[in-house]
Structure formats: structure tokens, C-alpha cells
Design a protein around this ligand. Structure first.
Ligand SMILES: [Ca+2]
Ligand SMILES: [Ca+2]
Ligand SMILES: [Ca+2]
Length: 243
């Protein structure tokens, strides 16, 4: 059985370490192999989840964040997604967003629009590489000092609104959580843009997203995986006939 299971594991779980643990804890036997193959198959299509929590040790680049220090344009980047921060989409170029420790409702470690650029909306753009889609799972927003009401939108990379509310109220006491309805995922091959305005006095935290392979660009070489699966199932049938 290891001859079948081992190459499968190494090919499909490079980005799914937690699932591979299951392969080694399952009791041995034909049913266990089938379970392991099923788990691996699910893992091959599962997405990698990322949460931008603006940890002060990570969010400002090579130095630890302190209040009002710029969020690094590299924070949250991966081989699949470029996270792009712009505190004013009306002003040319990328305008820095800033870190703040506490004060935005009950959030700790947040990103907020820089006070030097007040006019335009603030945007965080999850920009995927070719062959990858982005699915936004949710985020939190908080308000400094007093309750705030402001426009908030989630758009795809082309600017089409997936969610839009011009009167979004966030209390200064408790953060508000935003997530898509179960029937309408916030996902796109062109990326996801979170936009809000005014860009001062409100902050964002806990941006949770995942990536997925677009059709025609499988995460793993399916023909090879398919052959391994067939080999495993064939082995099971053989064992059952012998039993
Ligand atoms: Ca980036
Ligand atoms: Ca800008
Ligand atoms: Ca945080």
C-alpha cells in the first residue's frame, strides 16, 4: 500500500500539510487506504486560506509596526496573490495605508487610510496571478473614537460590485464583520477589491481569503493522479476478491 499512497501524497499535498497528517494516523487496511485516497482527492482541490490580521511583527516589513507606520506592500503577498494597498484610489500611485494598534472598536492591530490622503476611497486589492482565482471569505471593520457611517464595497478586479452599501455603520465599541451570503461568493479570476470611504476613522482587520485554480489549470497533474487513484482502487478490488 505505501507504494501507492506515497507518490500520491508527495504530489498533492505540498500546500496542504494538515491533511497529510491524517494519512499517517489512519489505521491500516484497505478501507483506510480508500479513506486516505479520498482525503487526498479532497485536499487536491481545497484552497489555501490566508488571513491578513496585521500582526505588528509582519505587517510593516523588516521593522515591527508602530502606530501610523506604513503597511508593507509585501504584506500578504504569495506566489498566487499580490496584495496591493492604496489609501486613495483617486490619487495616482499607491498611497500608503497605516498600521494602528488599538482604538478601532475592539480590534487589535489594524490597517487604516493615511490622513494625508483624505479625498478618495481606500482600497485593498487581492490581485491573483494567471490561472488563479481569489475568493474573499470575510473581514472585520472598526471605527475610531465614535460610530462611523461610510460607503463600503467589495468588487471584482474589473470594478464590478459584488457587494455595495453606501451607508455602512460601524460602532466604535464592537467591530463589525462582513462576509458574503452563502449563495453568492465573493470570488473572481480578476481578483477582489475591498473599498471604503472616507479613509480616515475606520480601519480593517482579519481579511480572510483563499485562492483556487481556474478551470483548465489544475493544481496537480490530473492524469498522473487519476492513474494512481485507479491503481489504488484496483488494488482494493483485488484485496476484496481475495478476502
Ligand atoms: Ca503586494
Ligand atoms: Ca493611489
Ligand atoms: Ca489584527
Amino acid at each position: 500500500m505505501p507504494l501507492v499512497a506515497s507518490p500520491w501524497v508527495s504530489r498533492t499535498t505540498r500546500r496542504q500539510a494538515p491533511v497529510t497528517l491524517d494519512l499517517f494516523t489512519i489505521a491500516e487496511g484497505p478501507s483506510a487506504l480508500l479513506a486516505a485516497l479520498t482525503l487526498s482527492s479532497a485536499a487536491a482541490h481545497a484552497a489555501t486560506t490566508t488571513t491578513l490580521d496585521f500582526d505588528p511583527n509582519d505587517a510593516c516589513g523588516s521593522v515591527d509596526c508602530v502606530n501610523n507606520l506604513a503597511i508593507s506592500q509585501s504584506y500578504g503577498d504569495s506566489a498566487e496573490v499580490d496584495v496591493i494597498y492604496d489609501s486613495d484610489i483617486d490619487a495616482s500611485g499607491l498611497n500608503s495605508m497605516a498600521y494602528y494598534n488599538i482604538g478601532a472598536s475592539d480590534l487589535v492591530g489594524v490597517a487604516w487610510g493615511n490622513t494625508t490622503v483624505f479625498s478618495g476611497a481606500t482600497e485593498i486589492f487581492l490581485s491573483p496571478t494567471a490561472g488563479v482565482g481569489v475568493r474573499l471569505l470575510g473581514f472585520d471593520m472598526g471605527a475610531f473614537t465614535s460610530d462611523r457611517t461610510f460607503p463600503l464595497a467589495v468588487r471584482d478586479g474589473d470594478g464590478t460590485a459584488l457587494f455595495q452599501n453606501t451607508e455602512t455603520k460601524v460602532e466604535s465599541s464592537t467591530a463589525s464583520s462582513f462576509a458574503p451570503a452563502t449563495s453568492a461568493a465573493w470570488e473572481s479570476a480578476t481578483g477582489i477589491r475591498i473599498q471604503w470611504a472616507p479613509d480616515v476613522d475606520v480601519a480593517i482587520d482579519n481579511i480572510e481569503f483563499e485562492t483556487y485554480a481556474l478551470a483548465g489549470t489544475p493544481v496537480i497533474p490530473l492524469p498522473a493522479a487519476g492513474w494512481l487513484l485507479l491503481a489504488g482502487l484496483g488494488g482494493l478490488a483485488f484485496l476484496r476478491r481475495r478476502a
